[in-house]
Design a protein. Structure first.
Lengths: 422, 559
């Protein structure tokens, strides 16, 4: 089911920031755009670069990916142009895109999947595909000069690798500390940036998470069974699930294709249903979607997709996790927002008439009060910055379109004042 | 001891356009931060219990930089985070932690330091010890950190946090989630802004202070929390807990145990909170209910702070020494309750929070509690044994505002002389709502297996010690609702405990003077069985009153 049947533009084929910037600075271009600057933070990587990171070959350095956190992203040879991790992945990398995305301060995201030769991922209906050891998920974040022109000028901020090593998945973050170099940065940074969104200049600190903060979203934690239960968290990718991939994107050269089909053809995915229309699929939701024009079913699907990708990596319980007795880091809040949770029989998990367990705010008595978004604590926390905001990291701005979507979702529920006489 | 050796980070500010050949002359340099001081204040009250958390146990060792104020000796393989008093150590601290291996010992520097970002600890640092030079010697100031917790540990085991303070975190002070083995020792979380509803509107105070949740084997000792807009010292959805020798001052909830099992809370001091000591069972959580909680030998006094909290904690009436809500299996004994202006102890069911009866009996209504009741949670407070507590001058000025107090209506009614015997009385020092028991006795929950036998005669008070010195202040104990559905008015013969509709519970406000334990209102037919002591095991060491625990032979553990 695909309610919004349109194609996304081919973002990764865009002209890279460098050439666009040339025309934007110095006032020599025909449009007198304001200078668009970025602060580069100088960083030092501790210790010596492991020897495995130096390779004479220009092929993908699989050994280094498996063993070492190299000092420079370019050490892995993942991209044809080492100064550009937004396009042209080295073989066998394939770009992919998500129909609904986690909001990260209106950043553009460029995703690539690398599966080692002669191996493949196994399809999963609800969870992330079961990728073989050696697989790498690459995500480069850029701040566009104008969010309405994501093919236009942009600054690369960070490139995050999730590498499936022999001991499990690991986050290996890189920061673009200059125009052409991304360095390993485990301890995060806060970089002042600006972007124009729908005619409004947004100035904020772009937060690069620490290596450990990656686990805030990417881990499932043990529900400890007794005093001798010494299990620890398990790190997992979030995005590459069937519901986010089961739609057509433009691979260039006229190749427009369903991503799961593309992966099958490339030999990196097995076990997916032959008929892709049978796969429960998230909505295509981006900042251009007109929320008032959505039908009730489209609105519900878009909202459930948005809550899933923005919240449910933490707000999930053992019900939807294959490993026994694990939950998302916020599973113990009682608010669970997974795409594959049945709303009709489990409204309380979605916050309906449910008090927040930890914290609250005057005037917002329950997480979700059907028909009363303006009094719903869930929406309140999406609509603030700092302190008690949700998601708790990864944003310095409010996602106005996301807030509008969830507001519409709550306001369109059958009215129920939860006994508050509203 | 090795020292983290990353170069001091020069924040080179470069315009992207400069690289392209069009130099921006507007290079900014960050303004020097204003000098800042962080202080640790301790209990000071006419009734004070002195809990000294700041003594330097071995001056020579401390002066040599080889151990913390509390006497923890830094091991030879520890990693020292460098820093001079007043520095911003954000990058150095985060680099050290994020690249640390398992079982690392990381030593924070001595002094006051800015940390401008959440300090996250993951399973990659399983077994981490994060230690400073002392609770008032190493202060991490998160005032410029824009969001999130001060320190957050998630999914890692045997975590030791000791000898430092966290100030002004945007959200929670120190959160530890889903960990087996958590040891807080000489740690504080502090928000210095006075906790008022107005200040809280502005978000000046964070939420929880010390905040272990969803864990096993949690020991919180010798620690301090001030200024939290929720619970200063909180343990939730956890089993095997010892909370001892702590001070909770000027929070909404001083010390709170929520949906937790096997907890011993002893030798703590709680004062100037809205409520001093809290035991809650909330609905809808993975760990559906708590059990076996002992609150003993604590001093809870002058918890009279106006409630600046929201959410569940917003229900706590100001002036409460201890509040037990919807909990099963709690023993409260040998505590000292002084000058709590509302009530020393309140025992309440969940019906005071939500009295929509069909939510408890009909699984199909929105917001129904039936699914969580099928997991074992109940809205009722039962199996409560309160004994050998001393009460001095509590309940003089109860919070009678129903908007701000769970017990506002009740307190007003008592003061208005509308109690069962139609006489003005001293506001009760111990108040039990009784309504949960009444509803159970109607058979309303029989379909869920909640039958009267397990709930009658299980809220018991014995051996109360009256230390009142205020003239005319009696030490009273009270039921708000009678618990027998068949009881009738002695004169009219009408049902006594229900309104005219025969269904809506009607308060009757029974009150009795405890005196020297002459009360019969909550004296059980037989004394309940004492609860078992708890034991916490961390890194192979056993703590607490249980078998083999370090306090097993102490006086407190043998009360």
């Amino acid at each position: 089911m695909k309610p919004f049947n349109h194609l996304k533009p081919l973002a990764w084929s865009s002209v890279i920031a460098v050439s666009s910037l040339l025309s934007a600075c110095g006032g020599s271009g025909d449009d007198a755009a304001a200078p668009w600057n970025i602060e580069y933070k100088e960083i030092t990587v501790v210790g010596n670069n492991p020897s495995v990171c130096t390779s004479a070959s220009d092929e993908v350095n699989w050994d280094a990916l498996l063993e070492a956190n190299c000092h420079n992203l370019s050490d892995y040879n993942l991209f044809l142009d080492p100064a550009d991790a937004t396009s042209e992945p080295a073989a066998p990398g394939i770009p992919y895109d998500m129909n609904t995305q986690l909001f990260t301060d209106y950043a553009s995201k460029y995703r690539f999947i690398f599966v080692p030769p002669n191996s493949s991922a196994t399809y999963s209906e609800h969870e992330v595909m079961d990728f073989p050891v050696g697989s790498v998920l690459v995500k480069t974040f850029t701040v566009p000069q104008d969010t309405s022109d994501r093919d236009g000028a942009e600054h690369a901020m960070e490139t995050r690798l999730l590498i499936h090593r022999t001991n499990g998945w690991e986050a290996v973050p890189y920061y673009w500390s200059s125009e052409d170099t991304a360095q390993y940065l485990s301890y995060g940074a806060s970089i002042p940036v600006s972007t124009n969104h729908k005619g409004k200049e947004l100035n904020f600190n772009y937060g690069i998470p620490t290596k450990n903060e990656c686990t805030n979203c990417h881990a499932i934690n043990p529900i400890l069974q007794d005093a001798s239960d010494n299990r620890i968290s398990i790190f997992k990718p979030i995005g590459p699930k069937a519901r986010y991939l089961n739609w057509d994107i433009d691979y260039g050269s006229g190749e427009v294709k369903n991503q799961l089909v593309k992966w099958e053809e490339a030999g990196i995915l097995t076990g997916a249903p032959a008929d892709k229309s049978t796969i429960d699929t998230a909505a295509i939701f981006d900042d251009s979607v007109s929320i008032p024009n959505l039908t009730a079913n489209e609105l519900d699907l878009a909202a459930r997709s948005y809550l899933d990708i923005n919240c449910a990596h933490c707000h999930r319980s053992e019900l939807t996790i294959p490993e026994a007795n694990y939950s998302g880091p916020a599973g113990d809040s009682g608010l669970r927002l997974e795409f594959n949770r049945d709303y009709d029989t489990d409204q309380r998990s979605f916050g309906v008439c449910k008090k927040a367990v930890a914290s609250g705010a005057d005037g917002y008595p329950y997480d979700v009060i059907p028909g009363h978004a303006d009094k719903s604590f869930l929406l309140y926390r999406m609509d603030i910055i700092g302190g008690n905001m949700m998601p708790e990291l990864g944003r310095s701005e409010i996602h106005s379109e996301g807030v509008e979507l969830i507001k519409a979702w709550i306001d369109n529920m059958p009215a129920n004042d939860c006994g508050l006489n509203l | 001891m090795k020292i983290t050796t990353i170069t001091k980070l020069a924040a080179a500010v470069t315009a992207a356009t400069a690289l392209m050949g069009c130099l921006d002359s507007d290079d900014e340099t960050s303004a020097p931060s204003a000098p800042f001081e962080r202080s640790l204040s301790m209990a000071a009250n006419s009734n004070q219990s002195v809990v000294d958390l700041t003594t330097i146990s071995d001056q020579t060792c401390f002066d040599a930089g080889e151990c913390s104020a509390s006497g923890y000796v830094f091991p030879a393989n520890a990693t020292l985070v460098p820093g001079e008093d007043g520095d911003d150590i954000t990058d150095l601290l985060l680099a050290t932690i994020n690249d640390a291996a398992t079982d690392a010992v990381i030593v924070l520097p001595k002094g006051t330091f800015k940390v401008n970002k959440n300090v996250a600890v993951s399973s990659a640092q399983n077994g981490l010890t994060l230690v400073g030079y002392g609770i008032d010697q190493t202060k991490l100031d998160f005032i410029d950190s824009p969001a999130d917790d001060g320190i957050k540990v998630s999914g890692a085991n045997n975590i030791v946090l000791r000898d430092f303070s966290v100030y002004e975190a945007a959200k929670n002070g120190i959160k530890v989630d889903q960990a087996n083995g958590v040891h807080f020792n000489y740690v504080s979380t502090i928000w210095e802004n006075p906790l008022t509803p107005e200040a809280e509107e502005e978000g000046y105070n964070g939420i929880y202070g010390l905040y272990p949740v969803g864990s096993q084997n949690v020991l919180v000792e010798n620690s301090y929390s001030k200024g939290s807009s929720d619970a200063g010292i909180y343990v939730g959805q956890t089993s095997n807990i010892v909370v001892r020798h702590n001070v909770a001052e000027h929070n909404v909830a001083g010390i709170e145990i929520e949906n937790s099992s096997n907890a011993d809370v002893y030798e703590n001091v709680a004062f100037d909170n809205t409520g001093g000591l809290l035991v809650f069972d909330l609905d809808g959580l993975d760990k559906a209910f708590g059990s076996n909680i002992r609150i003993f030998n604590n001093h809870s006094y002058a918890n009279n702070l106006a409630n600046a909290g929201s959410g569940f904690v917003g229900y706590v009436p100001k002036g409460t020494g201890a509040l037990i809500l919807a909990s099963d299996g709690v023993e409260v004994y040998n505590n000292q309750f002084d000058d709590n202006n509302g009530q020393a102890i309140a025992l309440t069911s969940y019906f005071l929070i939500d009295d929509t009866m069909e939510k408890y009996t009909d699984a199909t209504v929105e917001g129904s509690y039936v699914p969580t009741m099928m997991n074992g949670w109940t809205p009722i407070t039962n199996n409560i044994y309160i004994h050998d507590n001393a009460y001095k001058n509590n309940s003089s000025f109860p919070d009678i505002n129903p908007e701000t107090s769970l017990l506002g209506d009740v307190s007003l009614a008592y003061l208005a002389g509308q109690n069962f015997v139609m006489q003005p009385v001293s506001h009760p020092a111990v108040v039990y709502d009784g309504v949960g028991e009444l509803i159970v006795n109607t058979g309303a929950f029989a379909a869920l297996g909640i039958t009267p036998a397990a709930y009658n005669d299980t809220v018991c008070i014995e051996n109360s010690i009256n230390q009142n010195t205020t003239a005319g202040l009696d030490l009273n104990i009270a039921y708000v609702y009678g618990t027998d559905p068949t009881e009738t008015h002695p004169v009219s013969g009408d049902p006594l405990n229900f309104a005219a509709d025969g269904q809506t519970p009607a308060p009757t406000l029974r009150v009795e003077e405890i005196g020297s334990d002459s009360q019969t209102l909550m004296k059980c037919s037989t004394s309940p069985i004492r609860l078992d002591p708890s034991i916490v095991t961390i890194n192979g060491n056993k703590y607490g009153c249980g078998t083999g625990g370090d306090d097993e032979a102490t006086a407190s553990c043998n009360l």
